[in-house]
Design a protein around this ligand. Sequence first.
Ligand code: R5P
Length: 315
Amino acid sequence: MILVPFPDMNPLARSLAPALGADLSLLDWHRFPDGESLMTLPDDMRDADVAILATLRDPDRLALPLRFAAQTAREMGARNVGLIAPYLGYMRQDRRFRDGQAISAKLFAGFLAESFDWLVTVDPHLHRIARLEDVFTIPAGRVASAPRLAAWIRTNLPDAVLLGPDSESQQWVAEVARLAARPYEVLRKVRTGDHQVDISVPESAALLEGTPVILDDIASSGRTMARAVERLLAAGTGSPVCLAIHAVFAEGAHDVIMSAGAARIVTTDTIPHPSNAIGTAAMLATAVRSLVSGLDLPSSGKNRLTPTCSDRNSQ
Ligand code: R5P
């Protein structure tokens, strides 16, 4: 296997390549002054299983470069091309909340499946869509970070009281609490806009008996975490620790959460960020190895996007 990381993924790639037993090959992503991209990959990938590593925060910026990279890998001889996307964007828009809206989760999955033969990701935001297979037509593997989160909690915050800020977080909070053998509660959230969120905290003596740890899959605008911190402090808890699986953090979000009174923010390394403290390389490697070894992949890659420009010119 050849592992080809997108540029900001080099730190994770350095742990992932040996865990996968893969050779690490760098690609070059040149941005022209007008915003167009030129992707350059190794020129010999004959018969290789290629895994492109790109985390899909800011997916609009990445979409075309990913497609160009996957297709170029095939043209350089790769026999199949997979995508390791530790964070898979767009999964929250999983239904039409208003008539006329795009169901971005399905559309984005369809877009990726046109370029890649398989995909592995960490804790995708699956809520109204139950399984990755419901939106992906290619084999798709899902890594659960819960064992690593629970191990981090057991080591660093053995008196943690886990709190999910909304009903969607229940799946992660309940599992991490079970594995860490700690109590948990799920708070109630009402969102009325991108930056408008309210959270209510139940009256519970149990909340006051340990270090509150707010656990969510994503911190984006940071408003969910920030409101939860404020409401917990108002309820009399100590300063909460915020644990997010994916450090999406829109601009200023980290500061918004800290200013609300969080003691600390901790994330996994699915998206590079200074708050990363929990590694996912070993879990990703296991999932990729098991998915790829179980596949009956076509020798030439089933998703070739042909004809290429030169094919067209010769027709
Ligand atoms: C939604 O249900 C997610 O799990 C997160 O709670 C949400 O994406 C966080 O968004 P924000 O940081 O913008 O409040």
